[in-house]
Design a protein around this ligand. Structure first.
Ligand SMILES: C[S@@+](CC[C@H](N)C(=O)[O-])C[C@H]1O[C@@H](n2cnc3c(N)ncnc32)[C@H](O)[C@@H]1O
Length: 198
């Protein structure tokens, strides 16, 4: 998939930098843990094709997935996009990378523990991408339930790579009424849950 010459070059650069960083960095908190490109491309298409307008990302890291989502929202003037990250250092890198992508105005970056930040948000959101620590995702989902649009699309990465950690999230989301759920074996496994709406 191509997004435009300069954006493609930046994304390729971030992919190489992410692999390099994560291979030498011993401290897991300092790893970028970016999405695999096929997962990022799928999320980009899903957001754009289903005309999402109010997106929340939990787990910004250095902004790789954030750039893919912001690019998907680019043509929608009234779109809103919030991305949450606990590490100030990573958030600074994300800000720098989004600026390089020319997308910094498309995203509201918020620093803090995701559950605390989510509690302070009003919504509504028509797409939420869970990509932080997985274990706290059920708490965030419960807080978000009254703030989700009728036809919300929920996405969660690492469904195949960390099945035990994500099991509590899956248990909550899969018993919600009117949601259809599926697990896509792309990258580390992308869990999708879509509420059919009325
Ligand atoms: C898998 S990485 C996100 C990768 C990013 N979505 C991408 O593809 O470029 C997870 C990120 O979530 C952050 N994180 C972990 N637990 C968090 C929490 N409780 N609240 C906010 N951010 C958290 C980590 O610092 C890390 O940067």
């Amino acid at each position: 998939m191509k997004l435009g010459t300069e954006l493609d070059a930046l994304l390729r650069e971030l992919e190489i930098e992410g692999q390099r960083n994560d291979s030498y960095e011993k401290d897991r908190k300092k790893k970028f843990l970016n999405l695999e490109r096929p997962t990022a491309e799928l999320i980009h298409v899903l957001v754009q094709a289903s005309r999402r307008k109010h997106v929340l990302e939990i787990g910004t890291s250095n902004g790789y997935s954030t750039i893919w989502i912001a690019a998907a929202l680019k043509s929608c003037d009234d779109a809103t996009f919030i991305s949450i990250e606990i590490s100030p250092e990573k958030l600074a890198q994300a800000r720098k990378n989004l600026t390089r992508a020319g997308l910094e105005r498309r995203v509201h970056l918020m620093e803090g523990s995701a559950t605390d930040v989510v509690a302070s948000l009003r919504g509504p959101f028509d797409c939420v991408f869970f990509d932080a620590d997985r274990v706290s995702a059920p708490s965030q989902l419960r807080l978000l339930l009254p703030k989700l649009s009728e036809d919300v699309l929920l996405l969660a990465d690492n469904a195949l790579s960390h099945p035990e950690e994500i099991s509590a999230y899956k248990a909550v989301v899969e018993q919600l009424p009117d949601f259809v759920c599926t697990l896509t074996p792309v990258g580390k496994g992308l869990h999708l849950a879509w509420r059919r709406g009325v």
